[in-house]
Design a protein around this ligand. Structure first.
Ligand code: ATP
Ligand code: LTN
Length: 328
């Protein structure tokens, strides 16, 4: 039977937070044992918005360490930096020539991050074509992501189907795999906004490397409501529902069963903080160990890029050929 390939990506745009962990990384760690898995740190995506070169470099390496600490095993899966594999930028151009202005204009991430701003970069607009290239280059069938990426995956599928129909069979059609719990973790201070690496304030975001004390403080200050009833109800109780989701994503329990055990917000908050602290403790220990050996992390990324380059090459050749470019 043919192997099923998995690919997913994450931007080195800041520190990893528990939204990234529950929405994506937790599934990556599982998938690596079942599928031929590729995970990429998408530095080319991170320069579509204002950034500082030194910070980008530091973030890229520390994100690699965090992913390894979270349980990605370079013996089992392929971990690499997007810009190390030039095929991504090349295929991205072919796909930009396949996607339409209308399609790209409808992307909510673009609308949220920049549409209203005149100085917004052209690459933020065409960003989904690069993301489609990341996926299609590897003929990936499964793409484990959080809920916010569903629309980008739909566009990737549309682009791939259009390319195949116009120019001949080239790409496998991928599917988003979105976890049942923790697919959209909300900011603790603004529970109607998605928890994000690039949020202005750190108060509502639990970072993977936060100390137990920081985690307890952030959870205890999480915005709830005045009803004082623990109930899973996204529309009317976003703060409490977010806490229940976090608890269940960390423990594997079911939100409505957990809700029935609590009558006070304070008790729920304490247990949410404890569950997250316990989950992150071994990961933080591994991060400490890895940070003592940055050369090893660079070696892992180099090997990952070699493997990714090899797997991506035939698809790029096929796509160039099918679209009508003359081979050198
Ligand atoms: P940025 O703030 O720079 O947009 P981000 O925190 O949204 O970053 P990404 O690098 O864009 O993170 O996303 C990496 C993965 O984490 C994606 O699969 C995305 O769907 C998932 N993800 C991001 N934020 C959340 C969240 N709040 N809840 C669940 N999953 C999330
Ligand atoms: N656009 C995604 C990051 C991303 C990605 C990918 C995810 C870039 N390339 C390929 C899955 C597959 C984001 O903003 N989270």
């Amino acid at each position: 039977m043919a192997v099923i390939r998995v690919l997913s990506g994450i931007q080195p745009s800041g520190e990893l937070h528990i939204g990234n962990y529950f929405g994506a990384i937790q599934a990556w760690v599982k998938d690596q044992y079942e599928f031929d898995s590729f995970f990429t740190i998408v530095d080319l995506h991170a320069i579509t918005v204002e950034h500082t070169p030194e910070e980008l470099r530091a973030n890229t390496l520390s994100l690699a360490m965090t992913l390894l600490a979270a349980g990605l095993d370079p013996e089992v899966c392929t971990i690499f930096v997007q810009s190390h594999v030039s095929a991504h930028a090349e295929l991205s151009w072919l796909l930009e020539c396949t996607a339409t202005y209308g399609e790209l204009s409808r992307m909510t991430q673009f609308k949220e991050k920049g549409r209203s701003d005149e100085s917004v970069r052209a690459a933020l607009f065409t960003y989904p074509a690069l993301m489609a290239a990341d996926i299609l280059l590897y003929q990936a069938e499964r793409v484990p992501v959080g809920e916010d990426q569903r629309q980008h995956l739909e566009l990737t599928r549309d682009i791939a189907i259009r390319f195949n129909t116009k120019y001949g069979e080239t790409f496998k059609i991928p599917e988003a795999t979105i976890p049942p719990l923790g697919a959209r973790v909300m900011d603790l201070a603004h529970p109607t906004k998605k928890m994000s690496k690039s949020a202005k304030s750190r108060a509502g975001t639990i970072f993977i490397l936060d100390t137990p004390d920081e985690i307890s403080k952030k959870v205890s200050k999480a915005v709830t409501d005045t009803e004082n009833k623990v109930r899973y109800d996204i529309a009317n109780k976003p703060g409490v529902t977010n806490l229940l989701e976090l608890f269940c994503a960390a423990t594997g329990e079911h939100p409505s069963e957990v809700a029935s055990r609590y009558s006070m917000y304070g008790d729920l908050k304490r247990n949410v903080a404890d569950a997250i602290i316990a989950l992150l403790e071994p990961l933080q220990q591994r991060y400490e160990e890895l940070s003592e050996d940055p050369a090893e992390v660079s070696r892992i990324l180099r090997l990952g890029a070699e493997k990714a380059t090899e797997i991506a090459a035939p698809t790029l050749v096929l796509a160039k050929n099918n679209i009508g470019l003359v081979a050198p």
